[in-house]
Design a protein around this ligand. Structure first.
Ligand SMILES: C[S@@+](CC[C@H](N)C(=O)[O-])C[C@H]1O[C@@H](n2cnc3c(N)ncnc32)[C@H](O)[C@@H]1O
Length: 225
């Protein structure tokens, strides 16, 4: 079992976001909200390419120094669990747990370097799902990586539904990745959420993407209005 007592700050790279969410060039030009973005390198990578994304996460109430400390505190635990559950991952693009640690730290350092400037520019906002403060349809696209579905043991079905409906309020299109929980099983909430969204008139669809690190984690939930 992949054991984490709480939701940890852990960040993927800009390149991983592009593959997880099957972003096209056109997508990157959209008004994007990235929920539960944590210490990921996505926002910093977007900025470098001249694009703008708004990231929200309650972690951003902290200073860069405090976030760095929180990353250091969870790093060993996440690495220990990744090694203990090595068979649940595909060691192809990332070849070993050592390389994983290196790639994740690189992405999180990109985030840390960008954080103070990004906060001043309003790109990193301390906001928590399921209640965000943006006006309706303020964005074209809202995404969420490695928070919803992944932490199905910490966050219940009602939280998932409220959070996803809130994302639908804010953007014309939603993408959520992965659909697996920490143990690599499909989240028990995927089907109930899809059923509920259909009842509410949304168009949810599971899409295969060209990214797979967690074994079987190569699908995102895409919701259109
Ligand atoms: C595992 S990290 C994922 C970071 C990033 N999205 C990625 O894929 O690399 C999960 C993030 O969820 C954030 N989080 C926890 N509770 C939240 C909430 N209620 N709303 C939004 N984000 C939350 C945590 O602070 C943490 O940064």
């Amino acid at each position: 079992m992949f054991k984490l007592k709480k939701i940890v700050p852990w960040g993927r790279s800009f390149e991983e976001y592009v593959r997880m969410f099957a972003f096209s060039q056109k997508d990157l030009e959209k008004r994007i909200l990235s929920c539960a973005d944590g210490p990921a390198g996505f926002n910093a990578g977007m900025k470098k390419l001249g694009y703008r994304v708004i990231s929200c996460d309650p972690l951003y109430r902290l200073s860069a120094v405090q976030i760095k400390k929180a990353i250091t505190e969870s790093f060993d635990k996440v690495m220990e669990q990744s090694i203990a559950n090595k068979k649940n991952f595909i060691w192809k693009n990332i070849k070993s747990p050592e390389e994983l640690g290196h790639i994740r730290m690189q992405a999180m350092n990109e985030f840390l370097k960008d954080f103070d400037t990004g906060k001043k520019e309003g790109r990193y906002l301390s906001e928590s799902l399921p209640g965000l403060t943006f006006p309706d349809k303020h964005f074209d696209l809202a995404v969420c990586s490695h928070f919803l579905f992944l932490y199905s043991t910490c966050l219940n079905l009602d939280f998932h539904l409220q959070a996803i409906i809130e994302m639908c309020r804010l953007a014309g299109e939603i993408r959520i990745f992965p659909l697996l929980d920490l143990d690599g099983n499909e989240s028990p909430y995927v089907n109930p959420i899809i059923a509920e969204l259909k009842k509410l008139g949304y168009k949810p669809k599971i899409r295969r993407v060209k990214y797979e690190f967690q074994r079987g984690g190569n699908k995102m939930l895409q919701i259109k209005m």
